[in-house]
Design a protein around this ligand. Structure first.
Ligand SMILES: Cc1cc2nc3c(=O)[nH]c(=O)nc-3n(C[C@H](O)[C@H](O)[C@H](O)COP(=O)(O)OP(=O)(O)OC[C@H]3O[C@@H](n4cnc5c(N)ncnc54)[C@H](O)[C@@H]3O)c2cc1C
Length: 438
């Protein structure tokens, strides 16, 4: 047994760890399922989920890091096929010089393709491109009865929908074929616009959706009125002088990005000041800096100390959601908890790609909280009540503690019951035992 924990560092528990070496040579549990193996295994990628969706205490983890091969790249079809343990960073670094990007990647590229599908991750461009799952043409899935199924929108389509956002509970994703977005280089035409309150944020968010692919904002949760922030928006650069794959081009101006922790207040103030003095500041950003500002600081999660931290991420619908965000912001500011910066953005109308996909139309708000024990859990109860009141939901990739009742009202028992039909009986996680019974 080996101790393993997720990104939030809340707890490390004993696991039996097995490394998948070959997509077609799975452990015995996967050839001949027996009742005694019920809920015994879970596939994991890079463990960048914050809570217990990627842990399986006392049981087996199947790690995919050696399933890291690109199988085929077909530029004329704008697709790439790879094994599920390939990291998005490696894909992006291969694709960008070849004139493509993954259409949707989250705020870190240090995650695997399997993890991106299983949590159906989102980016700053949900209003235009939806989630990662919307760009998965097909994947192969190993089930514990020994079958390996190809799943797509036309083949095994129910299992396809259940596996996207299926939090690893429908089997082991072995390979995936992904659709790509053409780009002419690595640069983003980016702009930072400061705002003084959430009403200004709202106007910026609504007015930016038609013309900007990437939109996100940071809220300063500590200083001022707890409502000021910076709205960031951008598009992939297509101006001819930037249409190149030469990484050594000089960029005229690059904004500083830094940590989401105590150092970030300094960076935020500096950025806010710069943005203010320049009114709204436009600049060219390399995609790695623009999309994944924290990836340069390895293991920044340790800054919260041995008790770890939670990330609370909810989505609340347009109807009543904006008032709910304001209320949450007030409760958080008054509690004196939470890190310095929150991330606030909008999700568009896109139909969800998976049965249990997190995004739905509205506002999503994410904030880190150092684990202060009962005090922090008490604050979450207040936030849960606000989310529940407007029929919002919490993101399972970030969750470590939500009550079953909030999960059921947030995702809806009908959808959950539909999802459960596609579970592989061999798979379970600490989260599935907490919220789904096994
Ligand atoms: C700094 C940071 C920023 C982030 N920003 C965002 C963001 O902007 N948007 C967003 O959506 N998320 C974001 N996340 C969350 C992260 O993208 C997800 O948690 C992602 O799923 C982690 O991928 P992973 O490879 O580490 O998978 P893990 O965390 O190891 O596993 C995640 C889930 O995938 C399942 N899984 C993994 N591989 C397989 C497989 N081969 N077959 C079946 N199931 C599998 C696991 O069982 C588990 O349920 C962020 C995380 C960090 C640390």
């Amino acid at each position: 047994m080996t101790k393993f924990g997720s990104w939030g560092n809340l707890v490390k528990t004993e696991h039996q760890i097995e490394y998948l070496q070959d997509a077609y040579n799975l452990p015995e549990t996967f050839n001949d399922f027996k009742e005694e193996n019920k809920g015994s295994v879970l596939a994991v990628g890079n463990g960048r989920s914050y809570g217990d969706v990627c842990t399986n205490s006392g049981k087996k983890l199947l790690k995919t890091e050696f399933l890291a091969h690109i199988i085929s790249f077909e530029p004329e079809k704008q697709t790439i096929e790879c094994e599920s343990g390939v990291m998005l960073k490696d894909l992006q670094r291969f694709l960008v010089p070849n004139g493509f990007m993954l259409p949707v990647t989250p705020g870190t590229q240090l995650i695997t393709v399997g993890g991106a599908i299983a949590n159906d991750v989102h980016c700053k461009n949900h209003h235009m491109f939806g989630t990662f799952g919307h760009h998965v043409e097909s994947f192969t899935l190993a089930r514990s009865d020994g079958e390996i199924l190809r799943c797509s929108a036309t083949e095994n389509k129910e299992l396809y929908k259940a596996t996207i956002g299926g939090i690893g509970l429908t089997g082991v994703i072995l390979t995936a074929r992904l659709k790509l977005k053409p780009v002419c280089g690595p640069w983003i035409n980016a702009e930072n616009v400061p705002y003084e309150n959430l009403d200004e944020f709202y106007q910026l968010a609504i007015s930016s959706e038609a013309n900007y692919e990437h939109t996100v904002s940071w809220i300063d949760c500590i200083t001022g009125n707890g409502e000021r922030g910076i709205f960031m928006r951008g598009n992939n650069a297509s101006d001819p002088e930037y249409c190149t794959v030469d990484r050594n081009i000089k960029v005229p101006f690059m904004m500083p990005f830094s940590l989401v922790n105590r150092f970030s207040l300094f960076a935020f103030n500096k950025m806010y000041y710069l943005a203010q003095t320049m009114k709204s500041s436009k600049y060219k950003a390399h995609y790695e800096k623009f999309f994944y500002p924290l990836d340069n600081i390895l293991e920044w999660n340790r800054i919260y100390g041995p008790k770890g931290f939670f990330q609370y991420q909810c989505v609340v619908p347009l109807d009543g959601g904006f008032e709910a965000i304001k209320e949450m912001q007030k409760v958080i500011s008054e509690s004196g908890q939470g890190s310095f910066l929150g991330v606030l953005k909008t999700f568009g109308k896109k139909e969800p790609a998976g049965l249990l996909s997190f995004p739905k139309e509205g506002f999503t708000y994410a904030l880190d909280f150092p684990n202060l024990g009962a005090k922090t859990l008490k604050l979450f109860e207040s936030l849960d009540a606000i989310v529940k009141n407007v029929h919002g939901r919490l993101y399972l990739a970030k969750d470590a503690r939500q009550p079953k009742e909030l999960f059921e009202t947030g995702y809806g028992t009908e959808l959950i019951n539909e999802f459960v039909k596609f579970r592989d009986p061999a798979m379970s996680s600490d989260l599935s035992r907490r919220l789904l019974g096994f």
